[in-house]
Write a protein that binds this ligand. Structure first.
Ligand SMILES: Cc1cc2nc3c(=O)[nH]c(=O)nc-3n(C[C@H](O)[C@H](O)[C@H](O)COP(=O)(O)OP(=O)(O)OC[C@H]3O[C@@H](n4cnc5c(N)ncnc54)[C@H](O)[C@@H]3O)c2cc1C
Length: 465
């Protein structure tokens, strides 16, 4: 054992299993302290995540205690100024897992340079991905821009190097505190009423992530390819917030699912593949984080209309499937993938509002918000991404509703005003014309745009660029 203190910088790594930085530090040092840097400003635009984060910190702190590891939370405005104070410390070794966002990877370079200069030992490990994004490239060394060939290569690359033996965290001899001016995780928990309902839907912890995965494998994976499209069926894993916060490593998901040899399982792993692809995209093409991947969209005449934008955010567009999705998001911090595509398409194509507004709203409201998936998801919807939906693909909110929520169960769950509307009219309540069931414009809004007209307008605008 080394006498140095091992410090583990936790970011989105609230797990014991496959947490390489934590496992290595506790193997080597008698005394280990884990720390989380809370950048208040960053979370001002990611309000919902504060709820998950606060719960995760609380739960993980208790868990690490059992291994004599303290988890300390430090509030800071700048990572740089925090680490500058560490550069002068003696007898410490620092460990962390990579976060696959260009800013974090750039910061890793800065830290490496400074720790080397100050002769402080440090070690950086692979984070929550199957492959390092630099490992999967075309044969000519350039990055993939299309998903299917990317995944063919990425999947093969990973399956050839699956770790055989899983390492475990070691109990430290002595528990110590290290940092001054730490804060309590409760200071992170958002005070607004908005988040109170999240408690009914989620319990963030590594155990729950694993149990959700196992339940999904036992009950749903077989029919995943079909059921994943129907928001009322709850046919997906709902693992995304756990993955985002690292309560489960995607390697664990891979190990559990790849051995199943079922079509549903391979389709599920394809979706994990999209996450890998999106991480690769934002790192090879970091301009996507600020604007359109495809530059020709820079000239697109987006409309600025705060009334329409607010109606969309509040789930008051008059299109039930869109409104149900936006209300699900507000109530639970999560939205079904099919519905994310429908509401996204509605914002950028029916309302002609810049996808960045949608991205910002999702960033603030999603418990699973993740830079790579959110940016790529929105650019896919808008048509300006790398492997994006073609411009002429405009989701028809009526037909999408009739196809994927045939009985209207999903819509009725989130829009109680429509509970008595017959199935025939549930996705076009304006055709009902029976005020004893629904007073349109009073109980529920009239459509804020006419579908056919909006579609025609969008086609012209998108065709032009
Ligand atoms: C406009 C838009 C914004 C999105 N923003 C995010 C986001 O911020 N964070 C996020 O994790 N996902 C995002 N997605 C992708 C997808 O909607 C969610 O990952 C999925 O709905 C999560 O639910 P689940 O865990 O039940 O998924 P499952 O179907 O069970 O899939 C398992 C996992 O695979 C990954 N995955 C699934 N679908 C996709 C996809 N289309 N793209 C990339 N990864 C996928 C996720 O990690 C997911 O948890 C977005 C999609 C769109 C269209």
């Amino acid at each position: 054992m080394i006498k140095n203190i091992g410090l583990v910088w936790l970011k989105d790594d609230f797990r014991l299993k496959k947490n390489s930085a934590l496992i290595e530090a506790t193997k080597i040092h008698d005394k280990v302290v884990a720390f989380f840097l809370y950048k208040r400003k960053k979370f001002e635009t990611q309000q919902a995540q504060k709820w998950w984060l606060s719960k995760s910190l609380k739960e993980f702190k208790i868990k690490l205690n059992n291994f004599n590891v303290n988890l300390e939370i430090i509030s800071t405005d700048s990572y740089k100024s925090f680490f500058e104070k560490l550069f002068v410390k003696k007898n410490i070794t620092i460990y962390w897992n990579r976060t696959y966002e260009p800013n974090y990877l750039k910061f890793d370079e800065y830290l490496s340079k400074n720790f080397n200069e100050k002769k402080i030992k440090f070690k950086i490990f692979k984070g929550n991905v199957l492959n390092e994004f630099t490992e999967v490239k075309k044969s000519d060394g350039t990055p993939f821009k299309v998903f299917t060939p990317y995944w063919k290569n990425a999947e093969k690359f990973y399956s050839e190097k699956i770790p055989i033996k899983e390492k475990k965290i070691t109990k430290c001899n002595q528990k110590i505190t290290f940092f001054k001016n730490t804060i309590n995780e409760l200071e992170i928990n958002p005070k607004k009423n908005w988040f109170k309902k999240f408690d009914e839907h989620w319990e963030p912890s590594e155990e729950n992530a694993l149990s959700e995965l196992r339940k999904f494998i036992s009950n749903k994976i077989e029919n995943y390819s079909e059921a994943r499209n129907f928001p009322n069926l709850l046919g997906t894993s709902k693992l995304s917030p756990f993955i985002k916060h690292g309560q489960i490593h995607v390697e664990t998901i891979w190990s559990e699912c790849s051995k199943l040899k079922k079509f549903g399982a391979s389709k599920f792993l394809v979706e994990i593949g999209w996450r890998e692809f999106n991480h690769s995209l934002i790192n090879f093409f970091p301009h996507m984080l600020k604007g359109n991947y495809s530059k020709k969209f820079d000239k697109f005449p987006w409309k600025k209309d705060s009334t329409l934008l607010l109606a969309w955010k509040k789930g008051l567009t008059g299109y039930p499937i869109v409104d149900a999705g936006m209300r699900e998001l507000y109530a639970t911090g999560w939205m079904h993938n099919r519905v994310r595509m429908i509401v996204g398409s509605f914002l950028v194509k029916h309302l002609l509002i810049n996808w960045k507004e949608g991205e910002k709203h999702f960033r603030n409201c999603l418990l699973d918000f993740n830079e790579a998936n959110n940016i790529s998801g929105w650019q896919w919807v808008a048509g300006c991404g790398a492997d994006a939906a073609p411009y002429f693909r405009i989701f028809n909110p009526i037909l999408q509703g009739e196809k994927f929520d045939k009985e209207g169960f999903y819509v009725k769950k989130w829009i109680p005003e429509l509970k008595d509307v017959p199935k025939k009219f549930i996705h076009k309540p304006w055709e009902l014309k029976n005020e004893s069931i629904l007073k349109l414009g009073t109980d529920y809004p009239m459509p804020i745009v006419n579908h056919e007209k909006a579609r025609a307008k969008a086609l012209i605008a998108f065709k032009e660029i």
